[in-house]
Design a protein around this ligand. Structure first.
Ligand code: ADP
Ligand code: TRP
Length: 326
């Protein structure tokens, strides 16, 4: 196992869905398992940009931690903590902001996209990449797994690390490598568009089986009857089935599509059974964890002590370099 550190942050910004699981949680956990040191933190300071509701923020944060544990995160191996429990993130963010060119932030795709979609252009949203750079540089990771949309933020982090080292001398900050999981495509929602909480087309990761079945039965299809020849590659049910069925089961389903041997109703039932089979161990674990929120809080508090130790050591080094302490 390589002695490299991998770090990523996940925003507690809503109820998790299957797109989050296959597009982010699963690849992150797989990568973290492969490295000696792994850090996954709950980016609640970032989430303040989109969730300005005390109860919701707390609920989403605890739920994200619960979900990650239910998905198999081993807290003995992976350091999972809450960003706001480590004040050094904000302190370093200020220091870095004093050397961040406005133009660099103005070119951020995420900022431009959010602004274009009507989100208010606050200083928090504008300075998002600086806080993200601090999240990363405090822990000197080798790799930062992120979705494609976040690649530019990791590049900004690299620019800021290099600029800091250039201005203050030495190599206090390590420029990390982004890891973009190319094989994970976009998971479609029940209408075939990208599954996203903004499009009301999600299948929840931890709903009740009844809720999930209801969503599966709502998957949008054309109006072909049972005996009509269907194209699996353009079918929303089939696209989701690819995530849950074995290659043989998938081939069998494809054959039924192309020979007019299955209707959409039965295909949906088959998909739900496959989801249920795959997810039941996680659903059970989630239900069990939900009964004991104190256990989750305890993990977060314990991890925050370790995270503060690492982050404060790095912050002290940085403060010495810039002359805030001697
Ligand atoms: P949403 O689009 O529902 O608001 P987020 O932006 O909060 O989702 O997603 C968090 C992470 O989950 C993203 O960075 C991305 O990696 C992953 N993700 C979300 N939706 C999908 C999807 N449909 N397909 C693949 N990955 C996804
Ligand atoms: N910006 C990331 C997202 O929205 C979350 C995040 C915050 C992050 N800080 C980070 C990811 C540091 C990796 C490293 O998905």
């Amino acid at each position: 196992m390589p002695t490299k550190t991998v770090l990523t942050g996940l925003q507690p910004s809503g109820t998790l869905h299957l797109g989050n699981y296959f597009g982010s949680i699963l690849p992150n956990l797989q990568l973290a398992e492969k490295h000696e040191k792994s850090i996954i933190f709950l980016a609640d300071l970032h989430a303040l940009n989109s969730t300005q509701d005390k109860k919701k923020l707390q609920e989403y944060t605890l739920d994200l931690a619960t979900s990650l544990l239910a998905c198999g995160l081993n807290p003995e191996k992976i350091l999972m903590f809450k960003q706001s429990d480590v004040p050094a993130h904000c302190e370093l963010s200020w220091i870095l902001s004093t050397l961040t060119p406005m133009g660099l932030l103005e070119r951020s795709h995420a900022y431009k996209d959010k602004k274009a979609k009507g989100q208010e252009a606050t200083a928090g949203l504008f300075g998002y990449p600086v806080l993200m750079a601090s999240d990363i540089l405090l822990y000197s990771p080798d790799f930062v797994p992120v979705g494609k949309d976040q690649k530019q933020h990791v590049e900004i982090t690299r620019d800021l690390a290099n600029k800091f080292n250039h201005i203050y001398g030495g190599s206090a900050l390590r420029a990390p490598e982004p890891v973009i999981s190319e094989e994970v495509g976009v998971i479609p929602g029940i209408d075939g568009a990208k599954m996203s909480k903004s499009y009301n087309n999600t299948i929840p990761l931890f709903g009740t089986p009844k809720e999930i079945k209801k969503r599966v039965m709502q998957i949008v299809t054309d109006s072909k009857g049972v005996e009509d020849i269907k194209d699996p590659e353009t079918c929303n049910i089939f696209a989701l089935a690819k995530l849950f069925l074995s290659p043989e089961e998938l081939e069998d389903l494809a054959k039924k599509y192309t020979t007019g041997k299955i209707g959409y109703g039965d295909a949906k039932k088959l998909l739900f059974s496959a989801i249920e089979k795959y997810m039941t161990p996680m659903w059970n674990k989630y239900a069990e964890l939900k009964k004991n929120p104190e256990y989750i809080v305890e993990i977060l508090e314990k991890s925050a002590i370790t995270a503060n130790t690492i982050a404060n050591r790095q912050l002290e080094k940085i403060k010495k370099r810039v002359g805030l302490i001697s």
